[in-house]
Design a protein around this ligand. Structure first.
Ligand code: ADE
Length: 215
């Protein structure tokens, strides 16, 4: 999977890309990420990428720098899906993540700050609008990292084996329900005991217990 990220703050991805599972997935060449600094596509040497919105008093992301950035990526990856992170769309679910991860091998994610971009970017270029919840963030770098993480962990061999995410909260295997409780040693902690069935060794009963205890 290849992600092309357009942002004015590429440095906001440093920790995310160099930590834990995401770092390992990149090391194994299962994932690659290209960062594009939006200011380099500005109309002039000032590097400004925003403009005053018609009929409003505030600045929004202007259409020219962003369209230039997208089209420069299209030169080597023609018409790959373009994703726009926005609070004003349907909230991301595990089902949507699975669909995106099945349908795409490469995509562009637009990261901006504040809430607004020129509508024509959406009309002309955007294939998927994705919200991570009904609240507004200042930096879309955060929401795009949530989306990337949820997609990356579904890529075969990113986790310790290809099927380790099949039985987890919201998975098809668990009927999109939340996972059952998990216990480790000691068998009793502050008066709370591990359920007897889990230490019975009876796999049939354990499977039934898991099913009956989905949250
Ligand atoms: N950008 C700002 N807020 C967001 C949200 N809740 N989801 C996705 N992108 C966003």
């Amino acid at each position: 999977m290849k992600f092309h990220i357009i942002t004015i703050f590429p440095e906001a991805f440093e920790n995310f890309l160099s930590t834990s599972i995401i770092w390992k997935a990149r090391e194994k060449w299962l994932v690659s990420v290209e960062l594009y600094k939006l200011n380099e596509f500005a109309k002039d040497s000032s590097g400004h990428v925003d403009d005053k919105a018609f009929g409003m008093h505030w600045q929004v992301l202007s259409v020219i720098p962003l369209s230039r950035a997208i089209e420069s990526i299209f030169e080597s990856a023609w018409k790959i899906p373009v994703i726009y992170m926005t609070p004003s769309w349907k909230t991301l679910t595990q089902e949507t993540v699975e669909q995106l991860s099945d349908d795409m091998s490469e995509c562009i994610i637009i990261c901006w700050h504040y809430e607004w971009i020129d509508q024509r970017i959406i009309d002309v270029f955007v294939d998927h609008e994705v919200s991570i919840g009904e609240y507004v963030l200042t930096g879309w770098e955060l929401s795009s990292q949530v989306l990337m993480d949820s997609i990356i962990r579904l890529i075969p061999w990113v986790l310790w084996n290809a099927s380790s995410h099949q039985e987890e909260s919201f998975s098809r295997k668990l009927d999109r329900q939340k996972e059952y409780p998990i216990y480790t040693r000691p068998q009793e902690f502050r008066g709370h005991k591990v359920p007897d069935i889990l230490i019975s060794g009876d796999h049939k009963k354990i499977e039934k217990w898991k099913h009956d205890n989905l949250r």
